[in-house]
Design a protein around this ligand. Structure first.
Ligand SMILES: Cc1ncc(COP(=O)(O)O)c(C=O)c1O
Length: 391
């Protein structure tokens, strides 16, 4: 080409999921060994039938093809504030809610609102690769926690404290975590909030997988604090809990000072989130609480099946961490990279998982399994194939 290309983009890795999926793009799988795809987190079931029937009517309406407010439909923001206030016992006002084109966009605009090139953002290891990519392509420096190999499932606030510099702008936490599945105790989330507050930083909390917690009680008490909006930037996705990934709806809850700036970015980038996606999300919030909770129970049953299959399997694979949606497994091949193990699982055993190395440094002994993609009956065969990979 005759033009130059942004070298910060050239220096950023290619999409991890696209790379992994390219391994099988021209493969045909035999009926006796179908592909078990536990790479990208995509629920194996479609959205609720009622929701789809509702949308079939909605598309006939004339108002569905026009833009909405930049930050999303007012009724959806109200319903989301109500939902979080009910689940988290908080005092969120609908004016503090922004609807985005998926949770990835919520993260991108949150970072754009908080930091500039040269600033630092603390991510915990293993990180969610898209968070890392967005920072590097924008000239921001990701500071990674922790530094010890295999130190999870929880990041350490003391370690985070010693990583803060005058350039730090935010600390990012994901709970339930991708890739480890770990559900952070509310006391740990509180400790990170305090740390961020004391240092004048934002705590960005990505709760994409919150709907897969089976525990009763709120995931954390931050929204109950009268000062939450001074520090907390909370992100959520409709992709997983309502199985709406392709509809592209997520949300961001924060104080007005940040929200006003973020709206400028959203206006330029997307003008508004997809209207039909917003209609789907609104219907889900109003009508599908029971459906959503039943799916969470289904996922926790799948986890139990996985745990007992791995434990009984006498295989060299161990569950290093598991919980909501994901299991992070330690593989038995000490002298092999995670990429090579994952590639072999794909090529020879028809199992597509994500190598730990794509979630950051010192993750070579690990593989991420989005086990919740599979039906319960597919989990024992998955574990059998892992065992076969050791022969
Ligand atoms: C932690 C985390 N955040 C955000 C996303 C993206 O969600 P969305 O589909 O709403 O953009 C994912 C999807 O895998 C994720 O794992």
């Amino acid at each position: 080409v005759t033009y130059s290309i942004n070298n910060a983009l050239e220096a950023t890795v290619t999409s991890a999921i696209a790379e992994v999926q390219s391994w099988i793009s021209d493969r045909v799988f035999p009926p006796d060994s179908p592909l078990l795809d536990v790479s990208q987190a995509v629920p194996s079931y479609p959205p609720a039938t009622e929701l789809r029937e509702h949308l079939a009517q909605v598309v006939l309406r004339n108002d569905v093809s026009v833009y909405t407010e930049i930050g999303g439909l007012v009724v959806l923001r109200q319903a989301l504030a109500e939902h979080f206030n009910e689940q988290y016992g908080g005092g969120i006002d609908p004016s503090q809610v922004t609807i985005t084109t998926g949770c990835n966009q919520a993260f991108c605009v949150a970072i754009s609102g908080l930091a500039q090139s040269g600033d630092e953002v603390i991510l915990s290891l293993p990180y969610y690769f898209n968070h890392h990519m967005w920072l590097t392509m924008n000239g921001l420096r990701p500071v990674l926690l922790p530094s010890e190999e295999g130190q999870f499932p929880y990041p350490d606030p003391d370690q985070a404290c010693s990583s803060i510099t005058s350039r730090t702008r935010a600390i990012v936490l994901i709970s339930p975590n991708n890739p480890t599945g770990a559900i952070y105790p509310s006391g740990l989330i509180d400790a990170f909030f305090e740390l961020a507050r004391e240092h004048g930083l934002a705590l960005i909390l990505d709760e994409t997988y919150k709907d897969f917690r089976c525990a009763s009680g709120p995931p954390h008490g931050l929204f109950q604090r009268s000062d939450w909006q001074q520090t907390l930037v909370q992100l959520y996705s409709f992709s997983k809990g309502y199985s709406l990934a392709g509809y592209r709806v997520g949300s961001l809850i924060c104080g007005h000072a940040l929200k006003n700036q973020i709206e400028k970015v959203l206006d330029c980038a997307t003008i508004c989130p997809s209207r039909i996606g917003q209609e789907a999300a609104w219907f889900g919030l109003r009508n599908l609480g029971g459906w959503r909770d039943a799916k969470a129970r289904l996922m926790s049953e799948r986890l139990k099946i996985l745990e007992s299959a791995v434990e009984d399997g006498q295989s060299g694979y161990e569950i290093a961490s598991a919980g909501a949606y994901f299991a992070y497994l330690r593989h038995p091949f000490a002298n092999e990279t995670s990429l090579s193990v994952a590639r072999r699982l794909a090529d020879r055993h028809n199992v597509l998982c994500v190598p730990g190395g794509l979630f950051g440094p010192r993750q070579e002994r690990y593989l991420r399994f989005a086990f919740a993609n599979l039906d319960a009956s597919q989990i024992p065969p998955l574990v059998q194939r892992l065992r076969d990979s050791e022969e």
